[in-house]
Design a protein around this ligand. Structure first.
Ligand SMILES: C[S@@+](CC[C@H](N)C(=O)[O-])C[C@H]1O[C@@H](n2cnc3c(N)ncnc32)[C@H](O)[C@@H]1O
Length: 225
């Protein structure tokens, strides 16, 4: 089975367990586990929300949106439009269900699609992929396509390579759950950004993630790291 099919199968099966991270009513044990192993998820969530401001009239493309939590949070902050895409159908169904629950269905559209196969018809102010590069075999064309459809910025998380936690994660994903997973050094992220055509970018380390921001057009402020 090819990599993308294995990833799709994995997230169709694990969508509830994945989304439990965002559930505020979780038990104390889950909170401790999240504090130990999933701090990057909280940090990147807060950074995307903060870095999309000001919200008025903004449009976002949420690549590998999962259950749509980023788009929904941004809709509640006041953005104009979010398009979330994901190839795992169960993730998309849950995202649409949550959008209805939060009364933001008129702002958020969630569509089942493989980002590399789809045509993006219009540019978006901010294009982001959070927790997605972990599952992408060929990252340069993926990032390049994100840059091509963004007007202001591209934000992408990359899991940091090395360390015992990452080795345990690789074992769990690949040997037990049969889902490939990829890790990156800071140098890898820099090379990927450059090969994807980025000229102005920053790389921040947020716990076990590198957070790449590519600035486009008038948003350009800094250059690398
Ligand atoms: C770990 S989840 C992250 C979900 C969401 N971004 C979040 O952080 O809450 C990764 C998601 O990326 C999706 N994905 C991976 N590769 C994709 C691709 N080529 N096209 C669309 N979705 C993809 C998977 O199906 C999965 O739902």
């Amino acid at each position: 089975m090819e990599t993308s099919k294995k990833v799709e199968t994995h997230f169709n099966r694990e969508f509830r367990e994945f989304d439990s991270f965002y559930n505020e009513k979780k038990g104390i044990f889950s909170k401790i586990i999240d504090g130990l192993f999933r701090r990057s998820m909280q940090m990147r969530f807060e950074k995307v929300i903060a870095d999309t401001a000001p919200y008025e009239n903004k449009t976002v493309l949420d690549v590998g949106c999962g259950t749509g939590r980023f788009s929904i949070a941004l809709a509640l902050k006041g953005i104009k439009k979010a398009l979330g895409i994901d190839f795992a159908e169960n993730m998309i169904d849950e995202a649409n269900h949550l959008a209805q629950q939060f009364n933001v269905s008129h702002i958020c559209q969630f569509v089942k699609a493989d980002f590399m196969q789809m045509t993006v018809k219009e540019p978006f102010d901010h294009v982001f992929a959070m927790g997605v590069m972990d599952y992408i075999e060929d990252p340069v064309p993926f990032v390049k396509k994100m840059v091509e459809v963004a007007d202001k910025s591209v934000m992408i998380s990359f899991p940091v390579s090395g360390g015992i936690i990452q080795r345990l994660r690789k074992f769990k994903f690949e040997k037990i759950q049969k889902c490939p997973v990829f890790f990156y050094s800071r140098n890898d992220v820099e090379q990927i950004a450059q090969q994807a055509g980025a000229q102005h970018f920053t790389i921040d380390q947020l716990a076990k993630d590198y957070f790449l921001t590519i600035f486009l057009a008038t948003e350009a402020t800094e250059c690398t790291e």
